[in-house]
Design a protein around this ligand. Sequence first.
Ligand code: SAM
Length: 214
Amino acid sequence: MEYQKLRDRMVENQLIPRGIKDPRVLDAMRRVPRHIFAGGHNLANAYDDMALPIGEGQTISQPYMVAIMTELLELKGTEKVLEIGTGSGYQGAVLGELAKDVYTIERIASLSDRAAAEYRTLGSDNIHVRTGDGTVGWPEEAPFDRIIITAASPQIPEPLMEQLAVNGILVIPVGSRYSQQLLKITKTANGFTEQYHTPCVFVPLIGKYGWEEE
Ligand code: SAM
């Protein structure tokens, strides 16, 4: 299969027509091998317009959702980014192309181990993986210029607001367990500004400052 062709088509058919404009985001998504992160059982449809199962009841997000969340972060290449919800590792790999350093936390060890192994294979040595509850953040590495939460939360976990740098941006799907809206928060010297974006559906963020495990 010609994966480069599938990636180019994904960008042309799924991202540009829906309004993704940042050329750095589009280029990164033309480069990052989504099929490697999606896993062997998803090879045939790794570039389809949908989220896919990655095991443990979790998902790799739809390409458009990865693109819009990344675009909302307004990355220039100098940032230190925290991601909560490593999952397959794909979103982290896209961030790794666009920021200086990425710190990513996953609560399910089999997933974080697999993502860390893919990063080693690909030589993505600016991506740092931790297993644990990401709702408490990564205090030893704070502050972060950008924070992205790729699981659904009832509210913004307080420690993440604290670990966001001034002038930093945080993107999170907030709402109920079953439907959410993307929220972009910008931290200023005087407080926070918020902007709501597209409706979305993510698996739940489970942890001290998220949902309880069912
Ligand atoms: N960013 C991922 C990717 O590119 O494949 C998709 C993430 S998937 C939609 C959400 C992930 O968040 C799941 O792997 C889930 O286990 C993880 N998660 C849920 N609650 C978490 C928490 N408190 N800390 C860290 N990870 C969490």
